[in-house]
Each structure stands twice: as C-alpha cells, then as structure tokens.
Design a protein around this ligand. Structure first.
Ligand SMILES: [Zn+2]
Length: 161
C-alpha cells in the first residue's frame, strides 16, 4: 500500500516535471533569438517531437535550418560567387527555394492539391505533423524536389568542397 502510493507519487511528480520542462523549453524556443527560420517552420516543439513518423535526414535538415545548398548561404561563406538563384536570378535563400522560386511552383501546386492547402511557412509544420501521408508529401516537395542533390547537378551549381 505504501509502495503503491510512493510509485503513484513518483509517476505524478515525473509527469509534472516533464510538463514543466516542456513548457520551459517551449517558452525559450518561442522567445529565443537563434534559429528563427526553424521556429517559423516548427513553432510547436511538443507536437514536433511527438510525431510518430518522419526521419529528419541531411536534406530536410537543410530546409529546416536554412543552412545548406542555398546560394545566399553559400555566398555568405564565400563558397560561390553569387547569391542569385540559378533558375530565376532572385536571391536564393531557403525561403525562396521552398516557397517562392518559380522552378518549384508545380511541386508546390501538387502539394496543395494533395493536401488541400497551400505550401508555405505557416503550414509547414501542419503538413509535416498531421499524418504520415502529409509528411511524405511535404518531405517530397521540400527535399526530393527543391533541396535535393539535383541542385548540384547543373554546371552552375556550387560545391561545398
Ligand atoms: Zn529561384
């Protein structure tokens, strides 16, 4: 009897500690100054970490962090001589690649048709966490098409070497 009360108390304490920790983590994430692009895409930590599917690989990390194959990012690090998009000549940052570049408009439109909503920064998390099916569609639109190694296969593409 005493043992049961101790165990129950421990479980309640642990759950309360977990909830408090998550709330503090969320507050720091919401009010932080670093990783604001990632925060725009993934504002809700709990929902993100509790999704039961969806591996974050090298390419998705680039999209979620904004650090990677984007010409502005590479130009800022002297890895390429121009920050212009190789497809439309606008400044090529992650936001441009994912949500604005005309090169990927058809991909975004297909995603919108499949999910019933547009593909933008405010619903990226919704697309990635609603179901495994929407994760696959959003992943395909984000990674397989616009952030994949295909970007490196043109003669004008930069190298990370
Ligand atoms: Zn472009």
């Amino acid at each position: 009897m005493i043992q049961e009360r101790v165990e129950t108390y421990d479980i309640e304490q642990r759950n309360t500690a977990k909830i408090n920790l998550m709330a503090r983590w969320q507050e720091k994430w919401t009010n932080g100054t670093y990783g604001r692009w990632t925060w725009r895409l993934i504002p809700n930590i709990q929902r993100w970490i509790q999704r039961p599917y969806g591996e974050v690989d090298y390419f998705l990390t680039q999209a979620l962090s904004g650090h990677g194959c984007f010409r502005k990012y590479l130009h800022d690090r002297q890895k390429t001589d121009s920050e212009a998009c190789i497809y439309c000549r606008a400044i090529d940052d992650v936001e441009h690649t994912l949500f604005a570049c005309p090169r990927w408009e058809e991909v975004r439109n297909n995603l919108a048709a499949e999910t019933g909503s547009s593909f933008n920064d405010t619903n990226m998390m919704e697309n990635l966490t609603t179901s495994e099916e929407t994760w696959k569609i959003a992943y395909k639109a984000t990674v397989n098409e616009s952030c994949s190694s295909a970007r490196y296969q043109t003669a004008e593409s930069p190298t990370l070497a």
